[in-house]
Each structure stands twice: as structure tokens, then as C-alpha cells.
Design a protein around this ligand. Structure first.
Ligand SMILES: Cc1cc2nc3c(=O)[nH]c(=O)nc-3n(C[C@H](O)[C@H](O)[C@H](O)COP(=O)(O)OP(=O)(O)OC[C@H]3O[C@@H](n4cnc5c(N)ncnc54)[C@H](O)[C@@H]3O)c2cc1C
Length: 563
């Protein structure tokens, strides 16, 4: 069963000609320097491939940098691979692909070993063994962490050191990937970028690996840094790539909400230490929603917080740290510092919090090795839908996935570089960029803010048909306007990408007439067995325009007939 959705989107965002654009040539080009891109780069370069790593900001800036809790891996008994696999499948609510879960979980010890080899320093116990903590959903302590909650910082430090020092890797920070280049046969052939100086530069490569991270920035409230605008997913979709399960967006229930302050994530540890969620009247409400109260699963807490905000007509709820065990200023110095700046004493005053978009569960559809449907194009990390997370993501499984599947894709891509003839590729955009009529100007920042607000209101922790249909028609209207006026700078390209990802997420969410994992519909609150399927969205390319999206259900691998 499938439906279609009409759209009109240019294949390429900018006109270009190969006579004018300088061209770098590598065996493998990797977009993204977070855990997945860096893992892929190390592996490909170790196999002798010449590797380019392209990142749109400083190499360190990524979702990886901000990861707090850590990386899950089975490292000590009584923990077992089977237990980690079972936990991941349970949290995935029936939509995880078992073979992928097994591969990622079994790759955990090697991934941690690799990080140690490149100099990452993790917290250790008195006996000198890696200290393993335990998080929601995990049945055993298995989370490797660094300096408490600075795990991402430490992993990114070690990875960036390797990127800088490996003779086979050349890095290109502050280089924005505008589009994927494909040959006449549809095969990936490289990327078109714009450098910080504003020049267009093309990279040609036999293998292109996308590791562009998430898209939290499509929401007004998000824990993600500004780079997380879904560029890789949108660019690959324009080139014909199929996306999957984008309706599953994980929200973190407690982000600091002070107008003007960054939306800092206040981790579960604070609630674990005794932090209580109260509404504006001081009433503790979580026991009404779940027996585990403040320590219920993230999606449950997010929905409860949202419901309480609505019923009390407030913009947030409040985290009360006045009764926790110990001095909150000492236990949570980062949160204490930020709050103090805004006049909040966390030992005494309630801390305003609300949910924020945290992790994009869906993404580019890939097989167990990371191949997309476009030959020569791979996707790894948060931009990919590998099948690991199903309908929800277990904490600390994403750094693990990025490293294990990133390294695997890098290794395999390095083995597929022979026989690539760049000269046979004829890729260019033929028509000129549209121009705005005299006097017509678009305020890009205003549109971005409108999109983020719309997504938060109508595609947030709770969705329903009328809200999503309205969101889709607004997004289609904005997308047409931005497309027709032509986009010439990175911020407008990000807007096109955010509109594209938002639209695909809304299409997936509208199609899925049930609630499962992090996708909650007020008009379909039950989980339905017939919806134990993936939602797949496939573009139709007509020359240099995308004209349609086909939306269909796809069985999981364990539902396919054997043989
Ligand atoms: C606050 C926070 C805490 C988290 N805590 C944890 C945790 O404890 N454990 C865990 O497992 N996960 C955690 N996560 C999730 C995890 O950090 C991410 O899922 C993971 O780091 C994603 O890695 P990645 O390599 O796929 O992408 P990223 O690390 O986001 O890297 C993306 C890269 O792509 C580049 N890029 C993007 N677009 C373009 C473009 N157009 N041109 C060129 N380059 C581009 C960026 O510059 C960047 O280098 C957390 C996330 C956040 C936000």
C-alpha cells in the first residue's frame, strides 16, 4: 500500500559548471567530523584510501561534542551481549532490525578499544578499570564516560587528533556541502561545496559517506547545536535517496527554558539525584503519569511535562532541586553557573524546564553495511536509519552506533574505490537560479523561526491529523516561495534543507496511524500490530526537479519470507 505527495523541488540548489569550479579528487569523501564521520575516515584511511573529511563548521562542532552520558558497550560480566541486544530491542518498540542490533552491540568492545588506542581517556574506578554507569533502559552498568558528563568532548578531542595527524586524511573545515554530485547513471560521484571564502569547490570521489548528524534545529526547542539542520538527509533526498522512519523524533524531557539562554540539556542524573518536577502551583505531577515518576522513560516524561504545561497554561514546568542529597551547586556546577547568570539559585529556586528535540531516530535508509539506494553513497550515524533504534533510541547507543557502523562503512568503502572514472561523469545544473521579482525579499531568519515554532506546536511530542495537515500545507507554501526566489547563501540552503526534512517527517507521521515509541498521536493513541513496519519515503526525480514522494510501508527483515 502506498500514497504519493506532490512536491516541486530543484535537484541542485545552485547553478554550477565544471569549467568554473575547482575540483579536488579523493578515493573517499566523508561529510561530517562527528563520531560517525571520524570513525569512517580512520577506517578508510587505515585501508590505504585517500580520504577527505568535510565539515561545515570547526571540526569539533557536532552533536558528538555535546554528548553527556556516554557510550554503551558490554565490557564486564555479568553483562552479556544478549542482555544489551534484548534491552535495545525492547526500547525500540518492535521496529529495530535484529541483525543490525547484534552487529552494533557486538562491535562495542572493539569500538571502546579503538577510542582508547587513539588516546581517549575515560573515567576509571579505584582498581583502574573503566567505570561503567547505568542508564534508563539498560539492564546492566555498561556506559563508558569521561570526566562525568564530558564524554562527547573527550571522544571528539581524541577523534579530531586522529583526523589531524593521519597521513591519509585531509580535512576541510568550514566547508558547506551544498549538494551531492551524481553521474548520468545516478551513481554518487562527489559533492559540491562552498568554502568559508564563498567559492564553490567540487570534490570527486569513488565513494561518498554522509555522516551529517541530526536535524534538531527544525524545532524551536532543541538540545542540538546550530549545525544540526538535516543537510545530508535533504541533499541525498534531492539526489534520489530513500528515507525511512523520520516520524520518530526523540525529545529530551528537561531542557533549561529561560528566554535568551541556550537550551541546555538537564540530564536524567539530576532527576536521579532526587530532582522533582512540579507545575507552576508547586504540585508534583509525575506520579500521576508513571509508577517510576521522575525516572520514567524519556518519552513518558516528555509527554507528561507537555501535558502539564498545557493544562496549567504555562511555558514550562519546574525542576525542584531544593531537597536533593548534597549541594546542587557542587553536584551540577554547569547548570548552577548558567542559572545563576539569569538570577536563579538552583538550591532554592525552581528551575524552568520543557522538552526539546534531541535525536532524529529515522534518516537515510541504509542496509546493514551503510549503503543507501544510490550506488557509491553511504550514510552512517544519526543521519542514517540503520534499523538499530527502531521507534525509540536507548541512551548511549548512538555514539556506539556511529563508531561501529562508521568504521565498518569506512572499511568497506575503501575496498570499493577501483574502477571509478571521474571523467565519464557529466554533472551540472543546466538552468539559472530563479530571481526574486524587484522589491520582493524574504526574511530567512523569520521563516526559520516560523518553521521551528510550527514543528514544535504541531509535530512535537504529541501530534494529530489536523495539526500535521496544516503543518504540511504551510511547509509546502514556504518551500515553494524559497525555491522560487532562489537561495544563494548557506543559511538559505539550511532553510531549504530544514523545510525538506520537516516535510518528510510530517509525511511519515501523518501516514503512521498509531502511537509507537517516540511517535505519539492523540487521534491514534494505541500501538497497532499492523503498523509494525517501517515508513519509507522515496522521491521521484524528473530531470532536474523532484516532483513526487511515494510513501509506503516496508516490512522488517524478520517479516520477509525466508529463502
Ligand atoms: C546534548 C546531547 C547529549 C547527547 N548525549 C548522548 C550520550 O550521552 N550518548 C549517546 O550515545 N548519544 C548522545 N547524544 C546523541 C549523539 O551525540 C549523536 O547522535 C551523535 O553524536 C551523532 O554523531 P554523528 O557523527 O552522526 O553526527 P554529528 O556528531 O552531529 O556530526 C555531524 C557532522 O556533520 C557536519 N555537517 C552537517 N551538515 C553539513 C554540511 N552541509 N556540510 C558539511 N558538513 C556538514 C557537521 O559539521 C559535523 O561535523 C547526545 C546528543 C546531544 C545533542
Amino acid at each position: 500500500m502506498s500514497t504519493t505527495h506532490e512536491l516541486s523541488l530543484d535537484r541542485y540548489l545552485v547553478p554550477f559548471s565544471f569549467r568554473q569550479v575547482p575540483l579536488y579528487r579523493f578515493d573517499v569523501v566523508i561529510i561530517g567530523s562527528g563520531v560517525a564521520g571520524s570513525g569512517a575516515a580512520m577506517a578508510a584511511a587505515n585501508r590505504g584510501a585517500s580520504v577527505a573529511v568535510v565539515a561545515k563548521a570547526d571540526l569539533r562542532e557536532s552533536n558528538t561534542l555535546y554528548a553527556q552520558g556516554g557510550l554503551a558497550a558490554v565490557l564486564a560480566s555479568p553483562d552479556t551481549f544478549e542482555a544489551h541486544i534484548a534491552d535495545s530491542l525492547h526500547v525500540g518498540c518492535g521496529l529495530s532490525e535484529r541483525d543490525v542490533v547484534e552487529r552494533v552491540v557486538r562491535g562495542g568492545p572493539e569500538a571502546v578499544e579503538r577510542l582508547l588506542q587513539i588516546g581517549a581517556e575515560f573515567d576509571r574506578d579505584d582498581a583502574g578499570e573503566l567505570h561503567l554507569s547505568r542508564e534508563g533502559g539498560h539492564s546492566h552498568p555498561r556506559i563508558v564516560h569521561a570526566r562525568g558528563d564530558a564524554t562527547g568532548l573527550e571522544i571528539q578531542r581524541a577523534l579530531c587528533g586522529t583526523l589531524a595527524n593521519h597521513p591519509g586524511i585531509t580535512t576541510f573545515p568550514n566547508t558547506f556541502v551544498v549538494d551531492l554530485l551524481t553521474g548520468p547513471d545516478g551513481r554518487a560521484a562527489g559533492v559540491l561545496t562552498r568554502t568559508a571564502r564563498g567559492d564553490l569547490v567540487a570534490f570527486s570521489a569513488a565513494q561518498v559517506i554522509l555522516a551529517t548528524g541530526g536535524a534538531g534545529q527544525i524545532y524551536r526547542e532543541t538540545t542540538n547545536p546550530v549545525i544540526a539542520t538535516g543537510d545530508g538527509v535533504a541533499a541525498a533526498f534531492r539526489a534520489g535517496a530513500v528515507v525511512r522512519d523520520l516520524e520518530f523524533v526523540q525529545f529530551h524531557p528537561t531542557c533549561l527554558y529561560i528566554a535568551g539562554a541556550a537550551r541546555v540539556l538537564i540530564s536524567e542524573i539530576v532527576r536521579g539525584a532526587g530532582g522533582i518536577l512540579r507545575d507552576r502551583h508547586g504540585v508534583r505531577f509525575m506520579p500521576e503519569f508513571h509508577p517510576a515518576a521522575e525516572l520514567a522513560p524519556r518519552d513518558v516524561v516528555s509527554r507528561a511535562v507537555f501535558a502539564r504545561m498545557v493544562s496549567t497554561h504555562d511555558t514550562s514546568v519546574y525542576l525542584d532541586l531544593s531537597d536533593i542529597d548534597g549541594d546542587p551547586h557542587v553536584l551540577f556546577p554547569g547548570i548552577s553557573r548558567i542559572c545563576r547568570f539569569f538570577g536563579i539559585d538552583i538550591a532554592r529556586d525552581p528551575v524552568p524546564v520543557r522538552p526539546g528535540a534531541h535525536y532524529m531516530v529515522g534518516g537515510l535508509k541504509v542496509d546493514i553495511d551503510g549503503h543507501t539506494n544510490i550506488p557509491g553513497l553511504w550514510a552512517v550515524g544519526e543521519c542514517a536509519s540503520s534499523g538499530l533504534h527502531g521507534a525509540n533510541r536507548m541512551g548511549s547507543n548512538s555514539l556506539l552506533e556511529g563508531l561501529v557502523l562508521g568504521m565498518r562503512a569506512g572499511t568497506l568503502a575503501a575496498g570499493e574505490i577501483d574502477g571509478f572514472d571521474m571523467l565519464s561523469m557529466t554533472f551540472r545544473r543546466s538552468h539559472e537560479l530563479p530571481r526574486a521579482p524587484a522589491g520582493v525579499r524574504v526574511n530567512i531568519e523569520d521563516l526559520i523561526y516560523s518553521l521551528k515554532s510550527l514543528m514544535w506546536r504541531q509535530m512535537g511530542v504529541e501530534r494529530n491529523r489536523s495539526g500535521m495537515e496544516d503543518a504540511l500545507s504551510k511547509i509546502a507554501f514556504w518551500a515553494r516561495a524559497v525555491n522560487d526566489l532562489g537561495s544563494t547563501d548557506a543559511r538559505s540552503w539550511e532553510l531549504v534543507n530544514m523545510l525538506t526534512v520537516a516535510r518528510l517527517a510530517a509525511l511519515g507521521a501523518l501516514a503512521r496511524e498509531e502511537s509507537r515509541g517516540v511517535h505519539f498521536r492523540t487521534d491514534f493513541p494505541e500501538t497497532k500490530p499492523e503498523w509494525r513496519v517501517h515508513t519509507v519515503l522515496a522521491p521521484t526525480l524528473d530531470g532536474e526537479r523532484l516532483t513526487r514522494v511515494e510513501i509506503r510501508r516496508e516490512p522488517l527483515k524478520d517479516q520477509l519470507p525466508v529463502g
